[in-house]
Structure formats: structure tokens, C-alpha cells
Write a protein that binds this ligand. Structure first.
Ligand SMILES: [Zn+2]
Length: 342
């Protein structure tokens, strides 16, 4: 294909009949929201940017760490050195990969307060998160807004994925009724994870997104489970439940009820996330000014990192502070109080 449409770079993709030229134009007009940009999110983001999805919104709350690099394919050691927020580093890399698409990075946490605005204008939402709590919030927001979303999970060598088409098939709460208690679900800190698995899950999620956007193929509304080490792909039928609180009764407990307040917020056990009191909130550039002389300070245009003998704190523009090196909330609060008093 050579013409003035600017689509030549997608020639091999357009030769794939289910996409074709018309599908490619659909992709160019589409908006996909990627929630979480770790291993799964960065794999999905890269696939979709290369495939020419016209608008990508990348949402992530966290900074890059060296222990991310073995599986989070968009990032480099330089990004870790710069203490870059993942969403920002991802957007920079994606623009290098495909300058013709629009990439919108958002450094924030996915919460009942933020989620509806993040997903409302999406054609499809892709799950790149790493915890069950956030997926219940995403499910409520997407079912309520009628936006399809693709769930994906990866732990050790085992992965899962399922596509939720609100109004047509089962939702995430038809499959799991409530957030399992803390400790009942394995995490990547306990069990580890390997990159062939996260690559596979993100590839499967990307294919689901593309099928929905071009309206061809059969989205996978069953639960697909697999293991890249021991082998085997298994489909389990998930029935749509009439009494499902979300898609059946349209009761959205995790974005409208009090459920969220009572659940554990941060998946990692080596950090605590706090919110600065309203009166202490200010632009991170101003914060950087006011913290001069307190420990080792770094400001990269997006976040301020302060390291003292007592620990490390990272300040974000949205008022969040992540205190590293402790799992104890009181220890974290004490450090923050000490820093803000200076
Ligand atoms: Zn449901």
C-alpha cells in the first residue's frame, strides 16, 4: 500500500484480512486506556502503539525501580536512574516508536474518585494492574460506563485473561464475587514472575483489544488460564449471574460504597502510600524548593525524591507520597511529619 493516507507502515497488518484497511482506519480513530504500566501495561502499550491505535492513555501511579527491568519491556536503566514515573517514561518511549499516535500519560492512582473520568471516553480498557482491589474498581467503572475491558493477571509462571463486554457477557464480579482477603492471593513479591509469562499475557490482552476495536474475531469472554513453565491452556466457562451485584443488580460497591476505604491500598509490602494533608499540598517544584537542605534531594520535573537516614519519600503532583523501605504506616507517617517540619 502506497498512498497519502499515512498507513503504509501498517502494510503487513492490513494484509491480515480481519483487520484490512478499514480495520486499520478504525484503530487510528480509537482510544484505549491502559490502567497500570508495569509488565503487562508496558507490553500492551508497546503492541498497541506499534499497531497504530490512535489514542493511548497510560495511567500509572509509581516510579521505576531496578527490579522492574527484568519484565517491564519499555524501560531502561536510564529511566530508573532518572526516577521517572512509569507513565512518563512509557510515553517517551512510545512516541519514539510511533510519532503518529497521541499518547497521554497520567501519573495518578486508580481509585473510586479517579477511575470514572479515566475510562469514560475509552473504546476499550486494558488491565495492566497488579492487584485484585484495583480490578474490582475497574470492573465497577467499566460495567457502569458500558466500556469493554480486558482483564489480565500474571504470577510466577501462571497467567489468566478474560474479556468483559458489559451487557453481553459475564463481568469480573460474576467470576469473583468479592475481593479475596489479604494473604489469600499470591503476589509477585511472594512467588516471583518470569518475563515470558508477562509477555504472553500482554500479547493476549493486546489481541483482545484489537478484536474489539475492529469488530472482528471472537473476544474471549471465558476465563483462560495457562502456565508457561508446566504447559497447558484451559478455558473455564464463566456464567453471567443475574444476581451479580455489578452487572446484574447494577450496584457498584467498589466505586460508590464504603468497600474501598476498608481495603488494603498498596500491593507492595516495602512501601506505604500516604496523602499529604490539604494544607501541605503544593506543586512538586515548590516542594522541592522548600525541602532544600533536607537529606538528599532529587527532582526530575515530575516527582521529588527525598532520602534521609530515616528513609526515602517520593512526592507526586497529586498529593500522594510514597514512603519506601517500610511497611508500617506509623513509621511512614513519622518520617513524613519530620520532613514537612523542616
Ligand atoms: Zn457480573
Amino acid at each position: 500500500v502506497t498512498d497519502e493516507s499515512g498507513l503504509e507502515r501498517y502494510d503487513r497488518q492490513m494484509r491480515f484480512a480481519p483487520i484490512g484497511r478499514e480495520g486499520q482506519e478504525e484503530l487510528r480513530e480509537s482510544r484505549v486506556v491502559i490502567l497500570g504500566c508495569g509488565a503487562l501495561g508496558s507490553g500492551i502499550a508497546q503492541n498497541l502503539a506499534r499497531a497504530g491505535i490512535g489514542h493511548l492513555r497510560i495511567v500509572d501511579r509509581d516510579l521505576l525501580e531496578m527490579s522492574n527491568l527484568h519484565r517491564q519491556m519499555l524501560y531502561t536503566e536510564k529511566d530508573v536512574e532518572n526516577r521517572s514515573p512509569k507513565a512518563i517514561a512509557a510515553a517517551e518511549r512510545l512516541r519514539e516508536i510511533n510519532s503518529e499516535i497521541e499518547v497521554d500519560p497520567i501519573v495518578t492512582e486508580i481509585t473510586p474518585e479517579t477511575v470514572l473520568a479515566l475510562v469514560a471516553d475509552a473504546d476499550v480498557v486494558a488491565d495492566g494492574t497488579d492487584n485484585m482491589e484495583t480490578r474490582f474498581v475497574i470492573n465497577d467503572a467499566c460495567v457502569k460506563s458500558g466500556v469493554p475491558w480486558v482483564y489480565g493477571g500474571a504470577i510466577a509462571a501462571s497467567g489468566m485473561t478474560m474479556t468483559i463486554l458489559p451487557g453481553e457477557g459475564p463481568c469480573f464480579r460474576c467470576f469473583i464475587d468479592e475481593i479475596p482477603p489479604a494473604g489469600a492471593v499470591q503476589t509477585c513479591v511472594d512467588s516471583g514472575v518470569i518475563n515470558p509469562l508477562t509477555s504472553l499475557v500482554s500479547a493476549l490482552e493486546s489481541a483482545e483489544v484489537m478484536k474489539i476495536l475492529v469488530g472482528a474475531g471472537t473476544p474471549n469472554t471465558q476465563l483462560l488460564r495457562f502456565n508457561v513453565w508446566d504447559g497447558g491452556f484451559h478455558y473455564s466457562h464463566v456464567a453471567r449471574r443475574k444476581d451479580c451485584p455489578a452487572c446484574g443488580l447494577r450496584r457498584f460497591d467498589y466505586i460508590e460504597g464504603a468497600e474501598w476505604a476498608s481495603i488494603r491500598r498498596l500491593g507492595s509490602r516495602q512501601s506505604v502510600q500516604l496523602m499529604l494533608p490539604e494544607e501541605d499540598r503544593r506543586d512538586v517544584a515548590d516542594l522541592w524548593e522548600s525541602l532544600q537542605g533536607v537529606g538528599k534531594l532529587r527532582y526530575n520535573g515530575h516527582v521529588v525524591c527525598v532520602t534521609t537516614e530515616a528513609g526515602e519519600a517520593v512526592f507526586f503532583d497529586d498529593g500522594r507520597v510514597i514512603v519506601k523501605g517500610t511497611a508500617d504506616e506509623q513509621t511512614a507517617r513519622d518520617l513524613l511529619t519530620e520532613l514537612m517540619a523542616k
